[in-house]
Design a protein around this ligand. Sequence first.
Ligand code: NAP
Length: 360
Amino acid sequence: MAQTTPNHTQNVSGWAAHDPSGKVTPYTFKRRENGVNDVTIEILYCGICHTDLHHVKNDWGKTMYPVVPGHEITGIITKVGDNVSNFKVGDRAGVGGLAASCLNCEYCKDGQENCCDQLQFTCNGIFWDGSITYGGYSKLLVADHRYVVRIPESLPMDAAAPLLCAGIGAFSPLKDNNLLEEPGKRIAIVGLGGVGHVAVKFAKAFGHHVTVISTSPSKEKEAKERLGADDFIISTNSEQMQSKRRTLDFILVTVPAQHSLGPTLELLKVNGTLVIVGAPNKPIDLPSFPLIFGKRVVKGSLIGGIKELQEMMDMCGKHNITCEIELVTTNKINEALGRLEKNDVRYRFVIDIADRSSNP
Ligand code: NAP
C-alpha cells in the first residue's frame, strides 16, 4: 500500500518490488517537495548492489513492500533549498546508502554518520518525517544535502555510480585499517563482485600485494590483467588455500552467502585482521581455533561517513578510478537482478535511468 505523508505531493515514476519474487515492476509513488535543507536530483544512473537483491527478496526479513531499491545514485541537481549553499542547480551529484542520521551523536559530529544508532537508509528506511524511503530505481530523488556528494568532472556518471556504495564499502575498511598510508601489505579480497572488484583496484592503488580469493576460476585472467591482482586462488581448492597459510596481513570478505570463515582466517598472519562487509541472511560460521591461534581479529564495516565518501570520490576523480560496469536499460532490471543472483556480472550492473544510451 502506498504511503501518504503530508507534503509528499510529487509524483515520481520508478520500479518497485511488491513481494519476495525477485522482480520489480513500474511503480508511481510520491516524494516530498524540496525542503529548505534538500536538493532535488534528476537521476541519471543507479547501480544494482547485492543489497538491492537482499531487499527485493526480503533476505533480511526487514523489507517494507513496495520497496524501490537503489542507493548508488548519480544525477544532476535541479532544485536547492534555502539553507543549501554548497550545491547549485546543474551540479553533478551522488547519493549513497545514507538518507538521515541524528546529526547530534558523537559519530555524526565526527563524520561517521554510518555509525549513528539512528541512521536511515536511502531505500527501505524511515526518514525524519516518518515516510518510508524510496531509492534510486526512479527518475527523481529529494535528498537532504548533508548526505549528498559531488561527482568530479573527470568521472563518467555511469561508472561512478557504484562508487557510492561498493566503492565506499571497500574504501572505508581499508582506510580504517591504515592501509592508505602504509603500502606493501599483503591483502586478500574474498569475492570478486561489485564491492570486491573496487576493493582490488583500491588496494592496488594504495600499493599493496593483492590476492583474490574466489569461487569462480573464470575470473582469474581478468582479475590479474584488468584489475591488477597479483594472485588468484580458489576458495574451494584446499591446496591453494594451504599455500597462503599465515601469509596475509588483511582480508576483506564481501561474500553475500552463508559460509565458514575458518579456512580464510587461517591465511592471516599473527595479529592479522579480517573485515566482513558481506551480509548473508544467515549467521557466518566463526570457529574459535583460527582466532585464538594467531590472535586474529575479526570486525565488520558499513559503508562510510559522508566526508569520507567525498574524500573517496575526489581520490577516484584524481586517479581516474571507476567501476567496471554493465549498463542496462530500465526494461532489463529484472534480467540483471536474476543474473546478479547467479553471480553472472562483470562487475556491477548500472541502470541507465534517464535512458541516455538510447536518447543521448
Ligand atoms: P556481488 O556483486 O554479488 O559480489 C559478491 C561476490 O561474492 C560474488 O561475485 C562472488 O565472487 C562471491 N560469492 C557469491 N556467492 C557466493 C557464495 N555462495 N559463496 C562464496 N562466494 C560467493 O555482491 P556485492 O554487491 O559486492 O555485495 C556483497 C555483499 O556485501 C552483499 O551481502 C551486500 O549486501 C554487502 N554490502 C555491504 C556493504 C558494507 O558496507 N558493509 C556495502 C555494499 C554491499 P566470486 O565469483 O569471486 O566467488
